[in-house]
Design a protein around this ligand. Sequence first.
Ligand SMILES: Cc1cc2nc3c(=O)[nH]c(=O)nc-3n(C[C@H](O)[C@H](O)[C@H](O)COP(=O)(O)OP(=O)(O)OC[C@H]3O[C@@H](n4cnc5c(N)ncnc54)[C@H](O)[C@@H]3O)c2cc1C
Length: 421
Amino acid sequence: MFDVIIVGGGAAGFYAAIQIAELSPELKIAIFERGKTVLSKVKVSGGGRCNVTHGEFLPKELATNYPRGEKELLGPFHKYAPMDVMAFFEEKGVPLKIEEDGRIFPKSDSSQSIIDCLVGEANRLGIQVLKNSSVKTIGKIEEGWQVTTMNKHYQAKKIMLATGSNPKIWKQLENLGHHIIPPVPSLFTFNINDARIKGIQGLSTYATVEVMPKKTFNTDKKALNLKSRHKDEAVLYADGPLLITHWGLSGPAILKLSAWGANILHDYNYTFKIKVNWLPEYSTESMEAFLKELKGVEAKKTVMRTNVTELPKRLWMRLVEAANIEPNERWADIKKEQLQGLAEQLTASSFKVEGKSTFKEEFVTAGGVDLKEINFKTFESKLHPNLYFAGEIINIDAITGGFNFQNAWTGAYIAAQAITS
Ligand SMILES: Cc1cc2nc3c(=O)[nH]c(=O)nc-3n(C[C@H](O)[C@H](O)[C@H](O)COP(=O)(O)OP(=O)(O)OC[C@H]3O[C@@H](n4cnc5c(N)ncnc54)[C@H](O)[C@@H]3O)c2cc1C
């Protein structure tokens, strides 16, 4: 018999256990972890450096990074935000640093510092960590809750589920009457096989990317609830650095699309068309007008060798080639259709996406416990008292940058407050 059982020895589970023990040292707390090691995702996170959180300190701004959970996390972020997480780790002897793009890492650049801190604190506070203890069933009893592992029953007054994206636990929750939003991957890169980007991997430039609708699908924007991330006829829209890789396209612009479009791109079976504007300050029309001017001014130069834009040179050359302009053709000899073609390549390059690849630094599953069934003042189930959730088990996920861990820390902290109150 425990006072609190936490199922899942990941970021949310450990953080919650530590907060509960600090607030109420007299409570008997156990973490059940199915694996032989705990915090395994923390270990590999952020390319082994663990992007703990993000240097965005305004709750409203912070919440906009969550395609699922923006509205629900606003209140919780007013109570517990990145600053609090930073204070927690720094007070426990893990100095952190904020990088230029806002991502926060341990100064050691090693996720092991975070693991050592959380495991050390759990030991110090007398939290029982039961490894190799996969929880198979969760049931209500008169006194609270009972969990069953392979061959043992354990009971507690209160229970927190922090099992990440484990379908078996979601199934258990369905048996308890909860709705589970079907899981789909989020944070991935786009596979594209196209001569224009072959052999120039590593190039990065600021661009806008639009996902075009598939005719056979209901792409009614209202029905998709895609909010402000789209324009014109595109179903999704994002801007940011765009990185050319061996397999296609990646970088913040693509990762944003993969997160905001997790559901629709899953419905599209990851096969769809995108339009890239490599020079977002121009529209196709204004680019054509600009190129016409250029034709007059640079008449004697070859198009290929003219450095007219901010674009990386090799990419410019590929786009010129794609507009059917020969390497030695001069501006003076360029026909109207070629100019139009080049303007289109620069501002509305169409690419066919055929599949996705894992973004190694961070990925997450969209889907989980329906947000409507959780009280976000306490992270308690609205259906069952004394049942709490935190982390990826909930239908909340974020774009890359430390926001996914922040969801785990915030949920764990608020649930701990409620559990001990
Ligand atoms: C490669 C990779 C890199 C990432 N990098 C970052 C990053 O740098 N920054 C960031 O913010 N996010 C990152 N993420 C996302 C982040 O790791 C998750 O959002 C976060 O770990 C969620 O925490 P959690 O505690 O909810 O779930 P998890 O970390 O998944 O922990 C759940 C735990 O529960 C255990 N468990 C599951 N079922 C049972 C059961 N039945 N019984 C007992 N135990 C069970 C699991 O074994 C696991 O240990 C990354 C993800 C991946 C995959």
